[in-house]
Every structure is written in C-alpha cells, then in structure tokens.
Design a protein around this ligand. Structure first.
Ligand SMILES: C[S@@+](CC[C@H](N)C(=O)[O-])C[C@H]1O[C@@H](n2cnc3c(N)ncnc32)[C@H](O)[C@@H]1O
Length: 361
C-alpha cells in the first residue's frame, strides 16, 4: 500500500472511529517491522492535552454505540480466528515456556520471571478450584492448555477434564501437547448437560462475552453445575459503566468482543444465583511488558511465523493495552463463585437479617 493511501486511510478512520483507532491502525499498516521502543513510547507516554482530549472523547458516545453495534453483529468465531489462529508458533515467541499461558500473571517479587508469576497465578486459581480426581471439570477457552496442565498435575485425571474453544489451531496444539480433550464449541451458544459438572472455570475468556450475552450464559452455567459446584472466573473488565473510546480501538485487537463493567458482572453473578466467595484484583501491566519484551527479542522468528503485519499488530496491542490499564480504564479480577447446595426458602428479609445475625435464625 502506498504511503499516500495509508495517510488517506488514517484520515478517514480517524474521522469515523476516532484518532486513537486511526493512529494505531496506521502504525499496524507500516510495511516494515516497527521500531518497537519508539512505538511503545509514542503510545504509552503522556500525549499533548488537546490530542489526549480528542483521544478520550471522539467519537461521541452515540456514535461509538452505533459503530460497535455494527461490529458486534458478527459471529464470535470470526473474531477468535482473527486473533488466535494467527499461528501457534507466533504465540510461542512471547508467552511463557512453562505453561504457554495467555492471561495475566501474578508478579509480586522484583526478580520474578514470567514463569514464576504464571506459576503463582495458577497456584492461586487451583486454590479456588480445588479440583479432585473423578470430578467432571470444564474449562471455557483453554488456549494452549496452560490450566488444563495445571489441573491434570493435581488430579491425574484426563478423562473427566474437557475444554471448549473456537480456535482450531488450539485444538491441534492441545492434542499434540498433553493429549487433552478440547472440543470445537462456542461456549456461549452450546447446550450444556444439566448438572453435568462439578466445576467450571475460565481464565481470560469472559472478556469475549458481550454484555448482551452475560446473563444468558451465566444462567446456562449455573444450570450446568451440580449443587455446591464452583465457577472460577479470571478476567478483566471496565472500571466504569460508560463505553470508553478504547472499546473501538480494541476492535483492532479483539474484533467482535465488547467489555462490560465490574459492577455489571458482580450484579450478573448474583442475579444468576451465584455466591461470591472470593474476589481478588491483579495488575496486568508487568505481564504485558514481559510479553512485549519476549516478542521483540524473538522478532525474526515471530515474523517468519506470522508476517510483519501480525508482528506490528501485537507490538501495538501490547503498548495500547498497557496504556489502557495504566489509565485505570480496566482491572483484572479473579472470582470464586459457588452455586449454593440447595435453593434457600428464606425470604429476602430473613437473608438480610442472617448476614448480620450473631445466632442462627
Ligand atoms: C486469552 S485466551 C485464554 C487462554 C487460556 N485460558 C490461558 O489462560 O492461557 C481466550 C480463549 O477463549 C477462547 N474463546 C473465546 N470466546 C470463545 C467462545 N465463544 N467459545 C469458545 N471459546 C472461546 C479462545 O479460543 C481462547 O482459547
């Protein structure tokens, strides 16, 4: 594409989708590998006040909603294929070697490696999930098998462990690495066996569930769990209820996905009947920076696996997502949810009083 055409596209996209979208897409389209340090600084450093104002306010909310509505009409499988079926080899150039996990790790100590931080994250999720041999366990969106491996290491039971993904490449990967049973299924539209699972978990997956799908899917998951069953959720969500501009630019990275707010999710969990037993908050920025450094160190192999455009897209994605978290637009949360053992026949007033009562009702 000629430089003139690229600038015309930049101007056009900036008018329609806003300057943040236009600018990021312009960088992605650069025909040679980006100077990664310069790209990181350009995106993550403070912008001049007027540019920053435009970045956060244009296009106005009604236009954002109209544009998103059009994009969100597409089938989920197209968005998943666009992001995850780039090339398994490409993802291996920046994810950790131990788990191949594509989710926020728990960096705590100054000298933590990505592997240390991922190990800490999986240990924490396992402490919430408490998997046992013989239990029927379902993973929504297992990626390259990170958590399947962690669960199997505890239970030694592959028979009762299953994953649903929309990525054909991930199915192949899980077949050849670990021999896990991963099925090609859209976990949003699929039918679940009633009370078919002891535990269901999702790590960095709920971000793909659109606001209009959340309640319906939670109802399905609630019914799919046995009484007392666990639902473990690790995902990032917006800190406010407004639709930020970043949701439009986010379509360059995860087309067809739309985030909801933390408040929205908490209400939806409770409305579906789940009890929230634990909730923790995590910082995504060190993980994103570690992936960025790995990808740029393995630039040649990454480009060989997926081409310059994908390399540039992920460089931009890491810098823009880091900025998104640094601006406080979103946080990563981990929830341990439980389906109550039996439906209570207490009235709302009795439940309210029981929360403060010192003696049993
Ligand atoms: C960010 S990856 C997380 C992978 C893995 N859990 C990890 O922590 O490494 C998101 C995963 O969700 C899957 N996914 C997203 N939406 C889906 C849907 N509607 N049905 C099935 N899988 C979906 C993708 O295929 C991918 O495996």
């Amino acid at each position: 594409m000629s430089p003139i055409l690229r600038y015309l596209l930049f101007a056009w996209e900036s008018i329609i989708y806003g300057p943040a979208y236009g600018y990021l897409n312009q960088l992605i389209r650069v025909p040679e590998p980006l100077d990664h340090n310069r790209a990181w600084d350009l995106i993550t450093e403070d912008w001049p006040p007027l540019v920053n104002w435009l970045r956060k306010h244009y296009p106005p909310t009604f236009m954002r909603k109209l544009l998103l509505r059009r994009i969100l009409n597409q089938d989920h499988s197209l968005g998943i294929e666009n992001h995850y079926d780039v090339s398994n080899e490409f993802f291996c150039q920046f994810l950790d070697k131990k788990y191949v996990a594509y989710s926020c790790a728990d960096f705590i100590e100054d000298n933590d490696t990505l592997e240390d931080a991922q190990t800490r994250k999986f240990e924490h999720i396992l402490s919430m999930l408490r998997p046992k041999a013989g239990e029927k366990i379902l993973e929504l969106g297992p990626g390259w098998g990170s958590m399947l491996n962690a669960v199997y290491a505890v239970t030694g039971d592959k028979e009762n462990l299953v994953g649903y993904t929309l990525s054909q490449q991930q199915i192949e990967y899980n077949k050849t690495h670990g021999g896990f049973n991963v099925e090609l299924r859209d976990f949003i539209t699929t039918e679940y066996e009633k009370e078919g699972f002891d535990a269901i978990y999702a790590v960095a997956v709920w971000e793909h569930v659109r606001p209009s799908e959340v309640s319906m899917l939670l109802k399905k998951l609630y019914e799919a769990l046995k009484p007392g069953g666990r639902l473990i959720q690790h995902f990032f969500c917006l800190t406010t209820d407004t639709v930020p501009i970043s949701c439009l630019a986010g379509q360059l990275i995860f087309p067809g996905s739309q985030l909801s707010s933390h408040r929205f999710h908490v209400r939806a969990f409770e409305k579906a009947g789940f009890q929230i037993h634990q909730q923790t908050v995590h910082d995504y920025r060190p993980t994103i920076r570690a992936w960025f450094e790995n990808l740029t160190s393995n630039r040649e192999r990454a480009i060989e696996a997926a081409g310059v455009r994908e390399y540039n897209r992920f460089i931009i994605a890491f810098a823009a997502t880091w900025k998104f978290f640094d601006d406080g637009e979103a946080n990563v949360y981990r929830f341990e949810l439980r389906k109550p053992v039996a439906k209570t026949n207490l009235t709302d007033d009795q439940i309210r009083r029981s929360k403060t009562a010192t003696a049993p009702l």
